[in-house]
Every structure is written in structure tokens, then in C-alpha cells.
Design a protein around this ligand. Structure first.
Ligand code: 3HC
Length: 297
């Protein structure tokens, strides 16, 4: 069960990175978006990132300029944009990386279940929703996994591969092998809220937000403390900006609804307020901090 042709639905923050690493791993990739301008934006980000990684490879002496250029061109040549989900019909694997809304995801998988060949494996990049519910909606629960990548997908080395009780062993093995082909280290997860990383990470972000709400420390001091005290590459508030305040809120609201008595899943009022103000983090130029591209001020 080899994965050679991959479809990715959604070419945003996570989707564009998944398209890129799959193409870097040698797969033909169809990137599907709902609108041409979203697709153009995603493909432009990929081109920029591929070029950056090629420059880095030359700088580090891992490739000559000619080799790096040829590799970058080959990666980009394997990526095809589309506005039509029907183009995914004969893919070996289709990964969903759309908005973090369970009803929208379930409707998408129901549609894909009718469109794609019987061999096609489906995967969701959801951060927090039950894989089993999407698997049921798709009509092919045995061929359904979670493939949870991390932001920025191009640089983060982990992928969580999530199975339900219904996932076929061969499908799960193929999904792990695909993760490795993308240059990632896969970890196997059960279908539990937040899998491994977000079950630990999101409550930690909530604690940092509540600390800020209470006025226990400034945002800068909270972030510096965790960076220098724990050796984390980013402090929790910078990381929330990086992940997206809206995404963090969607995750928490989904969990709160399902597990109302779990104290780790409290939704901080400050998060709700900032999202309502359109301060979603790096992607909108402002969250806890102001952002100019990748640079925080
Ligand atoms: N493609 C190619 N190159 C990129 C890139 C990309 N997407 N993003 C950054 N780079 C380049 C930068 O341009 C930079 O190049 P330079 O050295 O020539 O300037 C280089 O990579 C290193 O970047 P930085 O200078 O920003 O330095 P860092 O060493 O701090 O690395 C980082 C950046 C990898 C993002 C690091 O800060 C980090 O690991 N942060 C934590 C990220 C994290 O925890 N992610 C997980 C979030 S949780 C999640 O995604 C789950 C979800 O479900 C919520």
C-alpha cells in the first residue's frame, strides 16, 4: 500500500506546509482550495519556503547551488493546484487541513467518500476533534487516520499518526510510512482529545493566559521565563500568536462542550475577547504581540 499521489484540502497555515513536505518526500500532490486567491497565496508561500530551504542547504554545504536548485524545481514540479475536489478521485491519500470545525469536516469527508476511489485513504490534520466521528461520516472508517502535523510544518519534525479502533493495520502502517517520507518522526496515538501534544500543550497555554489575566506577570516576562527557564524555543504567549488565537479558541471550545467538567479545558475570557477583536496572532499582524511577517515586536 504505497502512497504516491496525495491530495491536500486547504492550502492555509497548515495545508501549504503539508503540500510542501509531501512533495519534498517525492509524492505528486494536488492542493485543493475553495478560491483561486487562497490557492495562489498558499502556492506562493510554498515557493518562498522551498527557495529558503534550498538557500539553507547550500549555506550548510549539504548541496551545491545547482543541486539545490534542481531539487527545489523538482519539488515545485510535483505540486498541482486545483479548485475542484473531483481531481482527488484517484489519490492514494487525501489529507484535510481546513477550518477547525467538526461539522464542516464531517460534511467534507462525506462528500469525499462519494468522490474518491475505494483505495483512497483519508486523513484529518485536526488538532483536537475525534477522528472516529469524521471516519464514520466518510463511510470508510477502516481507511481513516489522523495525521497531525505541527506549525511550521516545514521545520517541525513530528507527525502524530492517530488510529481509531476501526483503522486497518495496513492503512495505519502506510500512514506512518508516509509521515516518514515527509521527513517526520511519527508517533502513534489513540483517538483521545488533543492526542499527545495538544493534550499537554493547550492546557499549558491556558495557564499562561490565565496568569496574564490575573496580572501575575507581564506577557514578556511569562514568555522569557519559559524560554530561558525551560529552554523552549518560544514562550507560551508567542506560541499562541504563532498557532493562531482563533485555532486555540476553537480547540478549547470544542473540548469544553464535550468535557464540561475538565478544569484543564477552561476557555480564558481574554482569548475570547482578542479573537472577537480580530486579533488572531501572527496571521493578522496582531495577537498578544504585533507581528511583521515572522518578526515579533
Ligand atoms: N520554511 C522555510 N524556512 C523557514 C520557515 C518555513 N516555513 N519558517 C522559518 N524558516 C526559516 C527562517 O527564515 C530562518 O532562516 P534564517 O536562519 O536564514 O533567518 C530559519 O528557518 C530559522 O527560523 P528562526 O530564525 O525564526 O529561528 P528558530 O530557530 O527560532 O526557529 C521555529 C523557528 C522552528 C518556529 C522555532 O521558534 C520553534 O520551534 N518554535 C516553536 C514552534 C512550535 O512549538 N510549534 C508547534 C505548535 S503546536 C501545533 O502546531 C499544533 C496545532 O495543532 C495547534
Amino acid at each position: 500500500m504505497e502512497i504516491k499521489k496525495v491530495g491536500v484540502i486547504g492550502c492555509g497555515l497548515m495545508g501549504h506546509g503539508i503540500v510542501q513536505v509531501a512533495a519534498q518526500g517525492g509524492c505528486e500532490v494536488i492542493a485543493v482550495e475553495a478560491q483561486q486567491d487562497f490557492l495562489d497565496k498558499g502556492l506562493a508561500r510554498i515557493e518562498k519556503s522551498v527557495k529558503k530551504l534550498a538557500e539553507k542547504a547550500v549555506e550548510k554545504g549539504k548541496a551545491t547551488p545547482e543541486q539545490a536548485e534542481a531539487q527545489a524545481a523538482a519539488t515545485l514540479g510535483r505540486i498541482h493546484g486545483s479548485l475542484d475536489k473531483k481531481d482527488l478521485a484517484d489519490c492514494d491519500l487525501v489529507i484535510e487541513a481546513i477550518v477547525e470545525n467538526l461539522d464542516v469536516k464531517k460534511a467534507l469527508f462525506k462528500e469525499l467518500g462519494g468522490l474518491c476511489a475505494a483505495k483512497t485513504i483519508f486523513a484529518s490534520n485536526t488538532s483536537s476533534f475525534p477522528i472516529g466521528e469524521m471516519a464514520a461520516a466518510s463511510g470508510r472508517p477502516a481507511r481513516f487516520v489522523g495525521l497531525h502535523f505541527f506549525n511550521p510544518v516545514q521545520l517541525m519534525r513530528l507527525v502524530e499518526v492517530v488510529r481509531t479502533d476501526a483503522t486497518d493495520e495496513e492503512v495505519f502502517a502506510a500512514a506512518r510510512a508516509f509521515g516518514e517520507a515527509c521527513g517526520k518522526s511519527p508517533v502513534s496515538c489513540k483517538d483521545t482529545p488533543g492526542f499527545v501534544v495538544n493534550r499537554l500543550l493547550v492546557p499549558y497555554m491556558v495557564q499562561a493566559l490565565q496568569m496574564l489575566e490575573r496580572g501575575d506577570a507581564t506577557k514578556e516576562d511569562i514568555d522569557t521565563a519559559m524560554q530561558l527557564g525551560c529552554g523552549y524555543p518560544m514562550g507560551p504567549l508567542t506560541l499562541t500568536d504563532y498557532v493562531g488565537l482563533d485555532t486555540t479558541l476553537f480547540i478549547l471550545q470544542g473540548w469544553k462542550e464535550r468535557y464540561p467538567n475538565e478544569p484543564a479545558f477552561e476557555v480564558p475570557a481574554l482569548l475570547v475577547k482578542l479573537v472577537a477583536e480580530g486579533k488572531l496572532g501572527r496571521k493578522t499582524g496582531e495577537g498578544f504581540y504585533k507581528w511583521d511577517g515572522d518578526k515579533r515586536s
